[in-house]
Design a binder for this molecule. Structure first.
Ligand SMILES: [Zn+2]
Length: 179
């Protein structure tokens, strides 16, 4: 093998995702080895075979930079380019676990999934931005996203953004509560 990609720090691969909601899952990106500092990639979403979204992601030390265009209703395309903090923590069983910090002003929540729209932000920020009438379809998106994630076998719980069962003391607490 010629080692295609060996020493390749900058790889602008396009990876189509079939989903009806634009989301970036940090675990998915990490599993695919896309979060190496000083690299980058593009990510695109398809719906019924049509491209519905595309983002260029630059990976730095401790952050990623999102670069994309968004068009709302009849308005013109707007270009966006902003950083999102990328947090990492060593795992007990080796490697690192990553999170994004929600880039929405005043939020900064530690999250695994960024939901797309005019901005990429956490689920709570999107629910604030799109109240009740959007909630139903949002839940549908979520169920769909969960299904996709289950298909990849990433998750231990169906919709838990953290994806982990309680460990150690947390588990003990749960047992105590259940007694
Ligand atoms: Zn947020």
């Amino acid at each position: 093998m010629g080692g295609r990609g060996s020493g390749r720090l900058w790889h602008w691969d396009t990876r189509p995702e079939t989903t009806d909601f634009l989301l970036l899952d940090v675990r998915h990106l990490s599993q695919r080895g896309l979060l190496q500092p000083r690299s980058g990639f593009s990510w695109k979403w398809l719906q019924d075979g049509e491209e519905v979204g595309k983002v260029w992601v630059g990976v730095g030390h401790g952050h990623i930079t999102l670069n994309y265009r968004h068009k709302a209703g009849g308005s013109d395309w707007q270009s966006y380019d902003y950083p999102v903090a990328l947090l990492s923590q060593p795992c007990n069983y080796g490697g690192h676990r990553h999170w994004f910090a929600c880039p929405a002003r005043g939020c900064g929540r530690r999250i695994a999934i960024l939901y797309g729209g005019p901005i990429f932000a956490c689920r709570s920020c999107h629910q604030l931005a799109y109240p009740s009438q959007r909630e139903k379809s949002f839940q549908r998106y979520q169920r769909r996203a969960c299904k996709i994630r289950e298909g990849f076998g990433w998750m231990t719980g169906p919709c838990d953004p953290w994806g982990d069962r309680p460990k150690g003391d947390a588990r003990k607490d749960l047992q105590t509560v259940n007694k």
